[in-house]
Design a protein around this ligand. Structure first.
Ligand code: PTJ
Length: 247
């Protein structure tokens, strides 16, 4: 079906089409379609816009990625379908490694996602030869690459599951999550949470990377050290509740 540009929900419908396409191509897991629906509902609540506070989160995330010794961007099915190209671009700007890390792991899907990232210009993609495990997690979702996520100091995880986010924190890593649901365990347990749609958040982090690149590492460290994630989440919830009360 061709969606007319004049349709009031054009952008949202195109995004759904991208996911449906990604599903048909074997990139997106069935439950990724459900996860997207939950995300859409929260996007509605924030007015489908990047809040000022989410912009500040993206700034703190960019600072953390720039001062990291070994930053990694974790890619799953939904992320590659929605912002695969933008993630490759961000990985080059930082620079950071890209690793395919799936909740519902299958070797076939890992391979397809890695191939797609390479088609978007990635030189190297980690995760195909998983040779390490995230401590404290059972099942295949613990599988990761020793040179990638396992040894990373900062990991950017768009659309993560709460357990893995907490497990990465327990390993002493700085975890940057992108999650439209400010109440999720991921949002609550990450070091820096960006409550925004990945479609807006990934390009916004790259914008901040370019702005902050010229700052010295002490300035960047100050931005990261002064970040208060709990306060930020409170501000997002305040925003949503005020917005709902004013409608
Ligand atoms: O490809 P896989 O196997 O790694 O699976 C990916 C999914 C997303 C299916 C898996 O990680 C999963 O089940 O995730 P959850 O636990 O449902 O969490 C997904 C979170 O992402 C939810 O809190 C949603 O609100 C949020 N979300 C969904 N779409 C977006 C989003 N956040 C930002 N941008 C979105 N477009």
């Amino acid at each position: 079906m061709t969606i007319p540009k004049s349709h009031p929900r054009y952008r949202s419908l195109i995004t759904r089409e991208k996911l449906a396409e990604g599903f048909k191509e074997g990139l997106v897991h069935t439950t990724g379609l459900i996860a997207h629906g939950r995300g859409e509902a929260f996007d509605y609540l924030i007015g489908e816009q990047t809040l000022d506070i989410a912009d500040r989160s993206a700034r703190a995330a960019a600072a953390a990625l720039l001062i990291a010794k070994s930053p990694v961007i974790s890619i799953n099915g939904n992320t590659v379908a929605l912002v695969g190209r933008e993630c490759v671009s961000l990985s080059k700007s930082i620079p950071a490694k890209l690793e395919v890390n799936l909740f519902h792991r299958s070797e076939e899907r890992v391979k397809r996602i890695a191939e797609r990232l390479k088609a978007f210009g990635a030189d190297r993609v980690y995760g195909e030869n998983a040779d390490a495990r995230i401590d404290g997690l059972e099942h295949d979702r613990a599988l990761c690459s020793r040179e990638g996520i396992y040894s990373a100091d900062v990991v950017l995880v768009p659309l993560e599951d709460g357990d893995r986010c907490q497990a990465l924190r327990n390993m002493g890593k700085t975890v940057i999550a992108i999650d439209l649901n400010p109440l999720s365990r991921t949002a609550q347990s990450a070091s820096i949470t960006i409550v925004d749609n990945v479609i807006r958040a990934i390009p916004n982090i790259e914008r901040w990377v370019k702005i902050l690149r010229s700052r010295n590492s002490e300035d960047l460290k100050k931005i990261v050290d002064s970040w208060n994630n709990k306060q930020m989440l409170k501000e997002v919830l305040d925003f949503i509740s005020k917005r709902l009360n004013s409608i």
